[in-house]
Ligand binder design. Structure first.
Ligand SMILES: [Zn+2]
Length: 418
């Protein structure tokens, strides 16, 4: 079975190059949107790539002054896949609306991007440009050395992204070779950061780091009040102001969520985690009593973390949340009475801790168990705690005995009581 990796490489782009890439991103997104809009025009959503190609290719090429044919096709594929996933959600009785492409990126393949050892040639709206890679100083132990420059991996394509002021090329690599050295095998092992989401604490990591919901909840109430005051006016002026309050609210929350997602990714990097595991967000309102606003925030937080983590080769996953808040992360005993509000006290073994922290560890453990059954062929390692890790059986081992595979230290009791 194959192993796939995505290696992020920063590109050295001057201002002329940047202007050209921006233009290429805009055109690519315009094409994807044009095809999507077309797919949604009829009675049924069109998802066939061939049909969409027949019906839009010439129009798109003409409207874009002959944008690179390979990139037009890549944008059409992107649109077709997005439309397909909307239709799949409808078939499962879920809500989904027409896709909008806003995240700045371009999908490349072997025809539109030529990958060299130290630079890449990229098709743009005006011919090709070349951009040098900005590589880490260290020659070994980097994703670049392990995958990108490894003879055992071949590149399958790439995506250009613009984020935080940098042009990044995410290069997809794959191998059919099983790892044969212990070092390679070790890199397949995974350390997981479990993350619990909630109302009182927006996020709690299995390392014991808490992100409180105080600020978020304060501003949610504040904006709700402002909207309520304006609603009483009932005038057009008030109506427009309600919308402006909504935009301010979204802007403030978006900033907060960007900060938390950055800190979550930093937490994972600081602790050497290769996976961040969240709970699935379906039905999270029933489980946690969260508002629609909270669910919106959790969804953004997950998406931001997913997007930011890829630059560091960290995967972001979701696991089935069933019983993660009732299960003892120490002995596995599961009972609703183990938890009372924010306190977790195991009825069987007496383990005491903050309930959200216990849940975060259970989420990490669930990811390990799921993946140990061979889901993705990985050989998982442990859930990262505030120091060291917890293995798949919930056991602690001394760090010295397991240094090569996993480090496990005694955890500290962050909270013991309500
Ligand atoms: Zn217990």
């Amino acid at each position: 079975m194959g192993v796939r990796r995505t290696v992020p490489v920063k590109l050295d782009v001057d201002s002329d190059g940047a202007a050209l890439l921006e233009d290429t991103v805009d055109t690519f997104l315009w094409c994807a949107q044009y095809v999507t809009d077309h797919a949604f025009e009829g009675e049924y959503v069109t998802t066939s790539k061939t049909t969409l190609d027949d019906e839009t290719y010439d129009e798109v090429r003409e409207a874009t002054d002959g944008f690179n044919g390979g990139l037009v096709q890549a944008a059409r594929n992107k649109a077709a896949e997005a439309c397909k996933s909307v239709v799949a959600r409808w078939k499962n009785g879920k809500k989904a609306s027409k896709p909008h492409f806003t995240s700045p990126h371009v999908v490349y393949d072997h025809r539109t991007a030529t990958l060299h050892d130290d630079h890449v040639g990229l098709a743009t709206t005006d011919g090709r440009i070349e951009a040098d890679y900005v590589l880490p100083d260290k020659a070994s132990d980097t994703p670049h050395a392990d995958y990108l420059f490894s003879d055992e991996y071949e590149t399958t394509g790439s995506e250009l992204h613009y984020s935080n002021g940098n042009w990044m090329l995410h290069i997809h690599c794959k191998t059919d070779v099983e790892p044969d050295t212990s070092k390679q095998a070790t890199t397949e092992n995974r350390t997981v950061l479990g993350v619990d989401l909630g109302v009182n604490n927006l996020a709690v990591a299995s390392t014991g780091t808490f992100w409180t919901g105080n600020e978020f909840n304060h501003w949610r109430r504040e904006y709700e009040k402002r909207r309520g005051d304006l609603q009483e006016h009932g005038t057009r002026w008030a109506h427009e102001n309600i919308q402006s309050v909504g935009r301010k609210e979204e802007g403030r929350f978006t900033m907060t969520l960007h900060r938390i997602s950055n800190e979550l990714v930093a937490e994972a990097r600081d602790h050497g985690c290769s996976v961040i595991a969240f709970e699935e967000l379906t039905n999270i309102r029933d489980r946690t009593g969260a508002s629609w606003g909270h669910k919106w925030a959790f969804t953004r937080l997950y998406e931001y973390a997913e997007y930011k983590a890829v630059e560091y080769g960290i995967d972001v996953a979701q696991v089935d949340p069933e019983n993660t808040s009732r299960r003892c992360s120490h002995c596995g005993f599961t009972h609703p009475d183990n938890r009372e509000s924010e306190s977790f006290a195991c009825l069987k073994c007496g383990y005491l801790n903050h309930a959200d922290y216990d849940a975060a560890k259970n989420i990490g453990l669930r990811y390990l168990r799921r993946n140990q059954t061979g889901d993705d062929g990985g050989a998982p390692l442990g859930v990262r705690l505030n120091s060291g890790t917890l293995n798949v059986n919930g056991e602690y081992e001394s760090p010295a005995s397991t240094e090569a595979r996993t480090g496990v230290h005694a955890e500290s009791h962050l909270f013991t009581g309500g």
